[in-house]
Design a protein around this ligand. Structure first.
Ligand SMILES: [Zn+2]
Length: 76
């Protein structure tokens, strides 16, 4: 399989992502559930503000750290 580069989740942005935003919408998700958005350097603030004002944002970590931790939804 090919090694895919993570791409920023911001609309229209195709820059490689270097940040992972961990968030949770309490109306839709159980408290321990974490949704993830990827963000490039430029959009990290925009995306975290979007989630932050809604009270959804839980954590922001670098993509490298997040990948190393390896406990995303799917796990393995
Ligand atoms: Zn971006």
């Amino acid at each position: 399989m090919s090694e895919e580069k993570p791409i920023c989740s911001a609309k229209g942005c195709r820059t490689e992502a270097v940040w992972v935003l961990l968030w949770n919408n309490p109306k839709l998700h159980t408290p321990e559930r974490r949704k993830t958005w990827l963000a490039c350097e430029e959009h990290r603030e925009h995306l975290s503000q979007f989630l932050g004002v809604r009270g959804f944002l839980k954590d922001v970590v670098s993509f490298a750290a997040w990948e190393a931790e390896g406990d995303a939804d799917s796990g393995h």
